[in-house]
Design a protein. Structure first.
Ligand code: ATP
Ligand code: MG
Length: 439
């Protein structure tokens, strides 16, 4: 993209309404604009980041064997009456009437709808297990939308739903999703910790929130430093595979033997057992939540399949959510400095910015155009009629992993300066070496 012809409205001043770094930086770097309270438009570079996160989430769901589908945002009230949640959900649910006075709602989640879709077609235990997911906008009329996209009213979620014949099967699905989550967060460059969460009326230990450490997080957390060291992406002897039940068990045991809890579940006695040098405390942001809830919806909505003995069985279910749009804010909370955002390579809107320090200088223009032609969609070309200082500041603010600085002195001898945003390191290199260096 050429910056001169892009909707990237960067701001010099700090917007007064933003209380935390990610919200400030998302507004200042021109990623989003609020259109109503808690509702945001994603501008071009913000949307690129959102799509990059979505892609990683999707790849890991697919790798775990979940099937992608897309359910609508608008749902009929009748489905929610079947489960009893239409009245229970309260004011967070946005209720709508169409021209025929039919009651609809903007979905805050999709358990009822996916149960209905499965109920219409799955008739036998032979069709189970299945995990379905979609990445779709949700609406929750939060009392206090705040912190930008972190607690919005309209937000993007990946929500998956598992259907198993029995409890043992549901446990395998649950562990598969937990592994997929740990791999997803690691690829996003985040240290997420699975913390035991309230498991509701069903009990058991099958409910975990995934928490990213950040000083501005809403939850107080306690954990064993072991979580900082596990490599969930590793394959081979110590890696974990989703297609092997004993591997999943080993993984789950490793996750649950180390202590990790939010304030609500903090157990002082268990905490004392963690070796003091490994005890960590801090604040965290919830970026995902998985839980097993048995036959709550399948029973309430009359969804049964014929079991091996011919008798009807209500499938055992679980739900698995990731806050895709919240993650954009969480990644920024985990990676920024005074000057702006520091994107992990995997989700940066552009791999590099090309800064033309002297537009109109023949050598600068020629080198920039050639680099831009070569790097294509991976580069944002700052071709504006602006002072060098403005270009440096905006590139730091937007947080591209690499900056290619093209000034008249170096350009005359075919050289440019390459800056790594995360470390601030700079090197002068030959133009021809740039693509390989940033690849
Ligand atoms: P919270 O306690 O933060 O309100 P929740 O328990 O209501 O979250 P879930 O219903 O488990 O959230 O939704 C799954 C994920 O969706 C959460 O882990 C979070 O990352 C994200 N999420 C939930 N509410 C919002 C929101 N208002 N804005 C942005 N993301 C959200
Ligand atoms: Mg909530």
């Amino acid at each position: 993209m050429r910056l001169s012809h892009s909707l990237i409205p960067t701001l010099k001043e700090t917007p007064a309404e933003a209380q935390i770094a990610s919200h400030r930086l998302m507004l200042r770097a021109g990623l989003v604009r609020q259109t109503s309270a808690g509702i945001y438009a994603w501008l071009p570079i913000g949307y690129r980041v959102l799509r990059n996160i979505e892609r990683i989430v999707r790849e890991e769901q697919d790798a775990a064997g979940a099937q992608e589908c897309l359910m609508p945002t608008i749902q009929p009230a009748e489905l929610w009456r079947e489960s009893g949640r239409y009245d229970d959900y309260g004011k967070e649910m946005l209720r709508i009437r169409d021209r025929h006075e039919r009651e609809l709602l903007y979905g805050p989640t999709n358990e009822e709808m996916i149960t209905d879709l499965m109920r219409q077609s799955a008739k036998s235990y032979r069709e189970l297990p299945q995990i379905l997911y979609h990445i779709q906008w949700k609406f929750r009329d939060e009392v206090r939308p705040r912190f930008g996209v972190m607690r919005g009213r309209e937000f993007l979620m990946k929500d998956a739903y598992s259907f198993d014949l029995d409890y043992a099967g549901a446990v395998v699905s649950y562990r598969k999703m937990m592994l997929a989550y740990m791999r997803t967060f690691q690829r996003l460059g985040l240290k997420a910790i699975p913390m035991a969460a309230e498991s509701g009326p069903i009990g058991g230990n099958l409910s975990h929130e995934f928490i990213i450490l950040a000083p501005t997080g809403e939850s107080q957390v306690y954990y064993d430093s072991a979580f900082e060291e596990i490599d969930y992406l590793a394959r081979g002897a110590d890696g974990f595979r989703h297609d092997d039940a004993s591997d999943l068990e080993r993984f789950f045991t490793e996750m649950t033997t180390h202590y990790a809890a939010t304030d609500e579940k903090h157990d002082k006695a268990a905490w004392e057992k963690v070796a003091p040098p490994r005890r960590r405390e801090g604040r965290g942001i919830e970026v995902g939540h998985i839980f097993y809830f048995g036959t709550k919806y399948s029973a309430a909505m009359g969804f049964g399949v014929a079991g091996p003995d011919g008798k009807q069985v209500h499938p055992e279910m679980g739900s698995y959510g990731i806050g895709v749009s919240r993650l954009v804010g969480a990644v920024i909370e985990a990676g920024h400095d005074e000057a702006g955002i520091i994107w992990p390579d995997a989700i940066a809107p552009f791999r590099a910015a090309i800064l033309n320090l002297k537009r109109g200088d023949a050598a600068c223009d020629r080198i920039c155009e050639a680099l831009y032609a070569k790097l294509g969609a991976a580069a944002l070309y700052d071709d504006r009629e602006e002072r060098a200082g403005v270009k440096f500041a905006d590139a730091d603010l937007m947080g591209h992993p690499w900056q290619i600085v093209v000034g008249p002195r170096g350009a005359a001898s075919g050289r440019v300066e390459l800056k790594r945003r995360a470390t601030g390191e700079r090197h002068e290199i030959a133009v021809d070496d740039v693509p390989a260096r940033i690849a």
